[in-house]
Structure formats: structure tokens, C-alpha cells
Write a protein that binds this ligand. Structure first.
Ligand code: FE2
Ligand code: FE2
Length: 475
């Protein structure tokens, strides 16, 4: 059951050939998907042979197989983790009932909305990243970008399978609409804000894969708890792919920092102007990029108080991060949680029913997790003997969603007036000038083993290949 059938047009481990109607519907969607990939996938890359990993089985030992693939020929398909026939719903009002193998009628609209919202982020990030290949800092990085892109494409497949299999005609219409929205489009944008932002340069890409793919991890972890078993099984497999995306982000930022520190020591300076003249990204600029991506990403968790979040939980559709490891009653009807609000010019904590605050609970779990990598980045600076330290901004900083939307809060959590905000915003968020500088560093480096000046090489290659391996063969 966990072996993937590659004889089918659509690789899968869900016995697709047993369900002719579903197979036909997906085979009808497939050319539209490929047309979308040609239009919106990585620019100018159609004929490259890329050293990619492909899933061959969902077993932990054997899912990754590496080889050269032209991306349009990537074996996108449908892979679910193995099921557990005795699985029970372990939170909410249906606690203890058998997990659903089909969509309960009463929860149909909410489930569809959850799946569509998750599905929409997948092609969105491919669209956001489609020009980056033109300015890759190395073959190694180019290959990692393409790996992330094809896997986001597969995540779209994962959600489209659920829509086609379980939601009939509405599901098929939603699947088409997922190929029609476009990141950043004025008339038909992607659903969530951060997925309409630009990813114009590689520092943004690394921040995005560190912070925003980590939002993906937390959303997928919450859905992996779902009482709707096919959703739980498909998101569990997606999580194994997501881990690589976050690795690309964490190691990418780390290598940028490492290179900057080398030049800081060589030149004996922390002057941003001198470092920029030497062609590396000064640490305060890295901090501003971090502030931007962190704040935009934590908005993705939604409003701090949300009746939808309560409904999704109580109805068993979406759990908490690591729901199964928590020792409470998994109903949460008596519990409270602290959220922040602005009261008379001060940030204050307010106790609210926990069920309504589950977006905030997930956001706080996310924040704890993202601090880990920032500490590891600081180790690189510390090892270089330099005093600078990066930090994540206060969670009220630069928010556009929830009770804190539009407030003026400094990265250190101080409430500031418009005057201070306007005077200092360029210390806190990337300015047009910062972005123009970072853009000016982006050039295309594609000889095997060579790296752009602004980034250090990685410690090891992909799949135990050497760093100077030919990861991409150009046509
Ligand atoms: Fe994804
Ligand atoms: Fe991802």
C-alpha cells in the first residue's frame, strides 16, 4: 500500500486505478496543472536536468530517490502516510469517536475551506519564487530552489486529490480555481497576505523558507491531528518534505551571515557602508529582513481571537500543534489564554476563552520554534568573535491582522507614536534602498563549486555529493 505506483499516469499510493471516475477527473486536471507550471513555474528552466529527489515510497527508509529530472517531467503524485484502522478523534466534541474516512456533511464547508486555504499557499510560493533562478548564487542553491518548487507543486497535488476525491463538483471547481489565482495579482490574488508579497532576492527567499515554510509546518502539524483521516495522512507526508524547505532557509541565512562575518573580520569593521562596498550584506540589514519576514508570517496564523478557530477545533477538523502530547482534556471549554491588546497606549495581556484563542496558541508555538534557528545564527556571529546579535521582533511589531493590526509597536515591544515610527521605520524594516542594495548583489553564478561573493559555501553537498557536484545541467 505504501509503494508508489509509477505505472500510472499519476504516481500514487491510493489505488487510483480502482476509481476510474476520480482517475479521469485528476487526469483532466493534470494538463492544466502542467500548463500552470509552464506559465508560472521557475522561469526559463523547462529544459534543465536537475538533480532532484523524488518520493518512491512513504516509508521512512525509502522515500527519497535522487536523479536528474527535467522539472516538467517530475513525478508529481499523491502520497498518503499509511492509515491506522483504529484511529480515533482525539480532541473536540467528537473525542473518542472513530476518525472519519469520509467528510461528515455538517463539517463539509469548513473542511473544504481549510483544504483550499492550505492548497492555495503551495502554488503561490512557486509563483513568488519564479524569477529567482535567474540570479542563483550557485548551482547548489539553484538546485535547492528547484527542489522546494517541485515539492510545493506536489503539495498542491496533495490538496487537489482531497478536493477531487471527497468534495465532488465543488471540489473540482476549487481545484481549477487554485490554478487561476496568482500571487500578487490585483484582481485574483492568492488567499493569504504573505503569499502575495514578492520574493525578489535570495535573502528574501532564505528568510521565506525559514519563516514562512515554518508556518506551513505548523499548519500541517495542526491538520495532521485532524479527525478527517485522509487529511491527517496526507499532511503527515507533506511534513517530511517541509523539513527540507526549512533547512534551505536556515542554512541559507546562516551562510549569508557567515560570509558577512568573514568580511567584517578581514576589514576590521562593522560599518554597513564599508561592508556593502565589499559586496556583503551588513548584519543590521539582515535583521531588518528578519523583522519583515517574521512579522508578515505570524500574521498568517490569523486573528488572535477567532470563532472559526474554535469551531475548527471543537468539530475535530484542526487540532493544536502536538495535540496528542498535551495532558489537558482536549476540549478546552473551561480554559483561558492570554492575548495582547493595546489599552490606553499600553500593551496589556487579556485573558480570553482558549477555544477562541487557538490561532494565538499556534502562533506562540510557532514563535518558540522559530527562535531556535535565530539562536543558531547568533552562534555563527559569536564564533566569529563579533558582538552583534540577531533577535526576533516582539510579536506585536508590524502586524496587519487581529487586535494589533495597525498599532505602532517597536521591535522591542514599546508602543511608539507616529512620529517615532516614521523616523525609525527604516531601522526596523527593509527600506527601498536596502532592497535595492540586496538586489544589486544578485548575479548569476552557475559554474559547479563557485559561489557568489555574498554567501559562504555549504558545509556539505546534497545526498552526500560534493559541493562542486553538477547539480543542474543546463540545456
Ligand atoms: Fe508546501
Ligand atoms: Fe514548503
Amino acid at each position: 500500500m505504501s509503494t508508489i505506483d509509477y505505472s500510472d499516469k499519476i504516481p500514487n499510493n491510493v489505488n487510483l486505478s480502482q476509481d476510474r471516475a476520480l482517475q479521469r477527473a485528476l487526469e483532466h486536471w493534470q494538463p492544466n496543472y502542467l500548463a500552470w507550471w509552464r506559465d508560472m513555474g521557475p522561469e526559463g528552466s523547462q529544459d534543465f536536468d536537475v538533480y532532484l529527489r523524488t518520493a518512491v515510497s512513504v516509508d521512512p527508509q525509502g522515500w527519497a530517490q535522487f536523479g536528474y529530472v527535467k522539472m516538467p517531467d517530475y513525478r508529481w503524485g499523491i502520497f498518503l502516510n499509511p492509515g491506522d484502522a483504529d484511529r480515533r478523534i482525539h480532541f473536540g466534541d467528537h473525542l473518542g469517536e472513530p476518525a472519519w474516512q469520509d467528510v461528515p456533511g455538517e463539517h463539509r464547508a469548513n473542511l473544504r475551506r481549510i483544504i483550499v486555504t492550505q492548497g492555495d499557499t503551495e502554488p503561490a510560493s512557486v509563483e513568488q519564487q519564479r524569477h529567482l533562478g535567474l540570479t542563483a548564487p550557485s548551482q547548489y542553491d539553484l538546485r535547492n530552489l528547484f527542489q522546494v518548487n517541485v515539492e510545493e507543486g506536489r503539495h498542491l497535488w496533495a490538496m487537489v486529490y482531497l478536493l477531487h476525491r471527497y468534495f465532488g463538483r465543488d471540489g473540482r471547481e476549487e481545484a481549477e480555481a487554485l490554478l487561476e489565482r496568482r500571487s500578487g495579482d490585483r484582481d485574483n490574488p492568492r488567499i493569504l497576505g504573505a503569499f502575495n508579497e514578492k520574493t525578489p532576492d535570495w535573502l528574501s527567499f532564505f528568510m521565506f523558507t525559514y519563516f514562512t515554510d515554518r508556518d506551513g509546518k505548523f499548519q500541517l502539524c495542526a491538520l495532521a491531528e485532524s479527525g478527517f483521516d485522509p487529511l491527517a495522512r496526507t499532511t503527515k507526508f507533506m511534513l517530511t518534505e517541509e523539513a527540507h524547505h526549512m533547512f534551505v532557509g536556515e542554512s541559507g541565512v546562516s551562510r549569508v551571515i557567515q560570509r558577512t562575518c568573514e568580511v567584517m573580520k578581514q576589514l576590521g569593521t562593522d560599518d554597513p557602508a564599508k561592508l556593502r562596498a565589499a559586496g556583503v550584506v551588513d548584519l543590521p540589514t539582515i535583521q531588518r529582513y528578519l523583522n519583515f519576514h517574521f512579522s508578515v508570517t505570524i500574521d498568517l496564523f490569523g486573528a488572535d481571537q477567532s470563532s472559526n478557530a474554535a469551531i475548527f477545533y471543537s468539530s475535530g477538523l484542526k487540532g493544536r500543534f502536538e495535540e496528542g502530547k498535551r495532558g489537558d482534556d482536549h476540549l478546552l471549554k473551561q480554559d483561558t489564554y492570554k492575548v495582547l491588546e493595546l489599552d490606553g497606549g499600553r500593551l496589556v495581556e487579556k485573558e480570553v476563552p482558549m477555544l477562541n484563542a487557538l490561532n494565538e496558541v499556534l502562533r506562540d508555538d510557532y514563535i518558540k520554534d522559530s527562535v531556535g534557528g535565530v539562536n543558531r545564527w547568533n552562534k555563527v556571529i559569536e564564533k566569529a568573535g563579533l558582538p552583534f546579535r540577531l533577535s526576533v521582533p516582539h510579536k506585536a511589531f508590524h502586524r496587519r491582522i487581529g487586535a494589533l493590526a495597525g498599532t505602532r509597536i517597536a521591535p522591542d515591544g514599546r508602543v511608539v507614536g507616529d512620529a517615532e515610527w516614521n523616523a525609525r521605520v527604516h531601522e526596523w524594516l527593509p527600506s527601498d534602498e536596502d532592497r535595492a542594495f540586496v538586489a544589486s548583489l544578485m548575479g548569476r553564478v552557475v559554474e559547479p563549486g563557485r559561489f557568489a561573493n555574498w554567501i559562504a559555501p555549504p558545509a556539505t553537498g546534497i545526498n552526500r555529493q560534493p559541493v562542486d557536484f553538477e547539480y543542474v545541467r543546463f540545456a
